[in-house]
Ligand binder design. Structure first.
Ligand code: ADP
Ligand code: MG
Length: 267
């Protein structure tokens, strides 16, 4: 009876040293059950290892969620697909469930006027992919362009672009807000060319391709960028009334009905 106790005394230290915090926390209760029910040694060991691995996976996904910069709460599950008849829910769900498009560096381009749910849709897809173990990074395109420009000034643009390689999917929100006159937007082209057919990009844009000449320094570069982006792409057009405006109006009508005195308010 002494030998197991002696082993047990050393366990916490060894488990800490080996970085097995879940086994460290759980081994005593699992050992009790194993002793009580005379588990085979294999079952005891695999139960503990399963627990450690499951906990590790949860922590990994949590880390990926934190690094993703995704807007919290914008999920596929709380997106009202009925409000956007042009958007196929089945298609969006398929993109969250299949890896093939990410493996071939496929892209997702989401177009539509402001307030129709473009950001919500790509964020929802991003969140779902994280749950499936993928790594994604969400950013306003203008922020990323600034970061890449700073890198370029320091002669480390290739390194900065390579850092983004760890993400299976880069979510570039409001792509068409980039202006070639404000920025040296050829860094954006470098990024697109570098990821082409290797790593995926999802972007949202208010402006159709025809307006993208404002984004890139020269027309030839615009054409080359669009060419690479659309080559393996799913394109979603959200051409509905602004969800933002619609819900604001619905709220106003409801308030007006409840309190007719405020109907003259035009806010
Ligand atoms: P966009 O990026 O097209 O300008 P957003 O995705 O920011 O629009 O949507 C504006 C707001 O309306 C957000 O709060 C978003 O969560 C919400 N929203 C838009 N469309 C929907 C929808 N179909 N179902 C649920 N919420 C929506
Ligand atoms: Mg948006």
């Amino acid at each position: 009876m002494n030998a197991p106790l002696a082993h047990g005394a050393a366990l916490p230290l060894m488990l800490t040293e080996l970085r097995l915090p879940t086994i460290r926390a759980q081994w005593q209760s699992v050992a009790e059950a194993a002793n009580r029910e005379s588990w085979p040694a294999e079952r005891f060991l695999s139960t503990l290892l399963d627990m450690e691995m499951a906990e590790r996976e949860i922590r990994r996904i949590e880390r990926h969620r934190n690094e993703s910069q995704l807007p919290p709460g914008k999920l596929c599950s709380n997106f009202d697909f009925a409000a956007v008849p042009s958007l196929s829910k089945a298609l969006v769900m398929a993109m969250t469930e299949a890896d093939a498009w990410l493996e071939q560096g496929g892209n997702l381009l989401v177009f539509g006027p402001p307030g129709v749910g473009k950001t919500h849709v790509i964020a929802g897809i991003g969140h779902a992919l994280i749950e499936r173990g993928k790594r994604v990074y969400f950013t306003r395109t203008t922020d990323l362009v600034q970061r890449l420009q700073a890198a370029k000034r320091d002669l480390r643009l290739p390194a900065e672009i390579a850092k983004l390689d760890r993400f299976d999917l880069l979510l570039l929100d409001d792509f068409s807000y980039v202006r070639r006159d404000q920025t040296e937007s050829n860094v954006l082209f470098e990024l697109i060319a570098e990821r082409y057919e290797r790593r995926s990009i999802a972007l949202t844009a208010n402006q159709p391709f025809s307006e993208w000449n404002q984004v890139f320094p020269e027309p030839a570069m615009t054409v080359a960028a669009i060419d690479r982006l659309v080559h393996h792409a799913t394109i979603l057009e959200l051409n509905v009334e602004s969800y933002r405006r619609k819900t604001a109006e619905a709220k106003r009508t409801k308030n007006a009905r409840r309190n007719p005195a405020t109907t003259t308010d035009d806010n």
